[in-house]
Ligand binder design. Structure first.
Ligand code: F0G
Length: 391
């Protein structure tokens, strides 16, 4: 068995989502022969789809499975931009426009291996879009639980387009999360939220790929938005494993950034990580409007292991940072911009990588609502009108 509980240490079945004690499960690596950097670098220029996937390029350290059974778009292989001395790893360039695809390729591959017929998640929108796309590819039924009226238009549209059944829960994300876990117990549906340990295995590759982008010369900081805390957890595991593998000789520090109105992790950090106290969450960054993050314990361990920090930023600060990222010609959704806002608030120096988690078109309303009247002008169809506006 490959799963073990981080709380009580017991082993669990490969189909389990949580330990009987309620603790989070983690994939325990067997005795991995870590690939050499020369092997990883050669795969990067290979034409085989499995090598072109920024997830499966690292396959020995992601999942032990026959290559022919992998369900891949392929995903990952996103760009690393440098602008004004800061690096941006743009996970919005994944096939469904968010980093979720990196975990989903692994979780859906595993779901098929288990013989699951239906997969489900609770979501603020990106996980649901990703699940819907990968379930469609694998021929599985997709069921998503979203907070009614609280997910961005691009995400809802995508989820519907790929064919998932959308259950709009009258409540918030935390209600949807509770409901999906309850449904999975009663109805035997396989849950692929980031509480699923195989999701985390895929999301580790965000960090490995950005290290490879930097020629294995680790940055000082990796800055990540923090919501349900799957990514923060995955980043910690990735960094520890990269050092074990000998790919890097020192650990970058993780800076996890929350929105002020959805900041249970930040509050816990300030008190040296006591048992989590859930809050009622509210923020314009709907992706991270989460008050009771499921991966809290793993994420706290990740911050400790990397001598990391947790910061909060206001909605005004994150929207100002989003505008700047957008105006660089890069663009991202609001939650992703917490990273640059956090860099500014923390005054981070040195080599800093911000992970942009979602594409600019995920949340069109956040852009259109904030456009100034000088930028979007309605005119009659004659040249006089054009001159009136331009001259
Ligand atoms: N950024 C974006 C764009 C997200 O969609 C999410 C999470 C996060 C950051 C936070 O990552 O949960 O690993 O701490 N979105 C989930 C969803 C909750 O349902 O799509 P996290």
């Amino acid at each position: 068995m490959t799963l073990w509980c981080i709380r009580c240490g017991r082993e669990a079945e490969d189909s389990a989502i949580r330990c009987e004690c309620g603790g989070l499960l983690e994939v325990r690596p067997g005795r991995i022969a870590y690939p050499a950097l020369s092997v990883l670098d050669a795969r990067r220029s290979s034409r085989r789809p499995i090598d072109q996937s920024g997830v499966w390029r690292f396959r020995e350290c992601v999942m032990d499975i026959d290559e022919s059974r992998i369900i891949t778009h392929p995903e990952g292989a996103t760009r690393l931009y440098e602008r004004d001395g800061v690096f941006f790893k743009h996970e919005g360039e994944n096939p469904t426009g968010s980093f979720k695809d990196r975990g989903m390729t692994v979780a859906i591959t595993h779901a098929v291996r288990l013989g699951a017929r239906a997969v489900a998640c609770a979501s603020t929108g990106n996980t649901s879009a990703s699940l819907a796309a990968y379930a469609a590819q694998a021929g599985l039924r997709a069921i998503v639980f979203v907070p009614a009226g609280k997910i961005a238009a691009g995400k809802l549209a995508q989820t519907l387009a790929y064919g998932a059944l959308v259950l709009q829960v009258r409540g918030d994300f935390d209600d949807a999360m509770r409901l999906v876990l309850e449904s999975s117990q009663r109805l035997g549906i396989y849950v692929v939220n980031s509480i699923n340990p195989f999701r985390i295995e895929g999301q580790k590759t965000i960090v490995w790929e950005l290290l490879q982008d930097l020629d294995w010369n680790p940055p000082d900081w990796i800055v990540v938005p923090a919501g349900n805390l799957g990514n923060t957890s995955a980043f910690g595991k990735a960094l520890v494993e990269a050092r074990q593998a000998g790919w890097i000789d020192r650990l970058p520090r993780i800076a996890a950034i929350q929105a002020h109105g959805a900041n249970p992790f930040y509050r816990a950090y300030r008190e040296n990580f006591p048992p989590l106290r859930a809050i009622d969450a509210e923020t314009v960054a709907t992706a991270i409007r989460i008050g009771n993050p499921v991966s809290y314990e793993k994420a706290a361990a990740a911050i400790r292991a990397t001598n990391g920090v947790v910061e909060e930023v206001t909605d005004e600060e994150l929207m100002a940072a989003k505008r700047d990222i957008d105006r660089m010609g890069i663009g991202c959704e609001p939650a992703s911009a917490t990273t640059l806002a956090g860099v500014r608030k923390l005054g981070l120096r040195g080599r800093v990588v911000c992970v942009l988690t979602g594409h600019v078109l995920k949340d069109p309303d956040a852009i259109i609502k904030n456009a100034s009247p000088e930028q979007i002008v309605e005119i009659d169809a004659n040249i006089g009108e054009v001159e009136r506006v331009l001259l």
